[in-house]
Design a protein around this ligand. Sequence first.
Ligand code: ADP
Ligand code: MG
Length: 712
Amino acid sequence: MTSIAKLTDKVEHLPGVGTLRATYLRKLGIRRAADLLFFFPRNYENVAAVQGADSFVENTRVSLVATVVEMAERVTQSGKHMLGVQTAAEGGVSVRLLWYNQPFRKNDLRVGQRLLVTGVLRSTVLNWEMVQPTITPLMGDELPRNPEPLPVYPLTEGLKQSSLRGMMRESLPGLIPLVEEALPAAVRERGEVPEIATALRHIHFPPTLEAAELARRRFKLQELLVLQLAIAMQRKARERECVAPACEPTGKIHSRILNRLQFQLTPDQLSAIDDIGCDMSRPKPMNRLLQGDVGSGKTVVAQYAMLLCVAHGYQAALMAPTEVLARQHAATLQRSLSSSRVRVALVTGSMPRAARAETLAAIAAGNIDLIVGTQALLSSELVFHNLALVIVDEQHKFGVMQRAQLRTDETQPHYLVLSATPIPRTIAMTAFGDLDISTIRTKPAGRAPVHTYTSTKEQLGSWWKFVEDQIAKGRQAYVIAPRVADMENSDVASAEGVFKTLRAGPFEHRALGLLHGRMTGEQKESVLTEFSEGRLDMLVATTVVEVGIDVPNATVMTILDADRLGLSQLHQLRGRISRGSHAGFVCAVAESSAAAPRTAATSLAGAGVDVANLGAANERLRAFEASDDGFQLAEMDLQMRGPGDLLGTSQSGLPTLRIANLVEDGPLVELARQVARELLDADPELTNPELARLVQQTLKRYGKSMQLSDVG
Ligand code: ADP
Ligand code: MG
């Protein structure tokens, strides 16, 4: 056995490893001794102590107490030595223990000896058997200790659980003393977690499951603390270095802006405006998330912030996730500012070259005050004259990657993020490097209710009749399909296909429009204009309408293949028809095979439509039908799909964590954040030697720049 001196030594030099096993370990990312030590079990096998044959289940690992009755040795046909030990287990059953090629086993055994036996139960015609069990001889009538939980490690082909456990058992005692403690005692006390040596021992070979849990808690806390330290350091640095244009909402400016807004603001809107006004009057960049359910009225709040900049002679930019939405925002702003001197420009990817060049020049020269656009705003060709505010609408569609790129060199603009997907605090804190949060909870008064139904494709006929009724009453309708065009071998609804079918069939006498992402900006705009001016009765679209489209007279929506959409996405879609004073109706249509029978949607039935037995395709659709509360639905979506989806999968900007989980470990995230801030407040340069290892880990993991969005 080679002795190990350093954690950086190659793993093949560890006791019980060797060259062959080292190649398997490498597939698991284990190269150095430290990698093995920090390769944690994904789970534990809790060996249940069983009593009596009643509780025997074939192929389960159990522990039991048994007395040796008889021992026999023989050589099998294939030439192996076999030791068979007949035992009487407590509870009156007999279990035969078998070992192959381990003749020395019999030295531990004698007839009448009591044993604690742990192994996998097999049943043969005559007997219960265990092959190669582990045994602990018991003294006299000694009671066995509760069996220890066994670690279950992730494996790779060729590597057995038992051999990985064996390597761990042999290597850990030599390695653990080499690891230095990174968490100061005070921090461990705050988190109620064990010190490093105990934690390492217990995460691999815990005496109890509780001990394993405490050990895991320690490593989670450490991981989160490193993350939160990175965030806190980044925030400190930003506050120290960054200067933002101060835009104070003086009484005069405040009332001038409010007078320009179309309506009386709700108390929640006013308090959001208050928060924003406070932030923006300081020469430090605002860093705020405004969250509110679909239709809660975030746009006017954004408008207020933009006009605040203009009042101080600065530019403001509003970035939307789709061209449709960018156009609509630009149009709304232009409309409400038409009698003012505020100049608005739209920047999109599909602009003709010459127009684009002209707009960019005007922006650079400071001849434009409000710049609305898509991701095209991130283009390096776009130079602002004096940008004071960046607003990102429907943030969850972007992720956070783009955030840094829009910043200008000298002063930092204020930063406001709008989101209709409520983001749990712990995730927001992490994904956005500690945003302050304003929330709009109550929607503007006077909104008519939205009725939600689910239906199968077979029931569509009667639903179309209902839609026709609504159109006859002067309302407009959306029909949403997941795809743009039909695809071979798939009957997933496409906007083009549905558009054709409906125009040729049930709605041939109506004016239908088609909207999807493959159309040019101009085509989209003209369709949307026609729809919003009431010249189209029905808009067949892909989910591009999901975000932000605002046509109050459109009150009926059909969502085809709704089972393909996420809960938050469905709710966003529904938000399109809860804008005006007429009641809204949305029908989520799913595959009939997945649908379970349900009771009649009574109000529709009352309207004379036969939609009894509308079916919900799955849990999601059922939740969608049952709740109209975006905050509640987002919470469910998060539970069902995880935070990546919520924030826009790949570019969520969330760092990958090894052991902690931002959703499940919420309280630990909070604790880590608190501790990180306290550490920095007490010791701004983090020079305390007790913190040296933690700081080193933070720098190594998140880099000197502390740009969280660069990692993960
Ligand atoms: P979202 O928060 O989803 O972006 P919008 O800002 O698009 O919502 O607002 C939804 C609708 O509510 C719009 O038609 C808007 O004009 C209207 N609205 C916003 N605030 C108020 C208010 N205080 N009173 C009445 N209507 C409002
Ligand atoms: Mg909006």
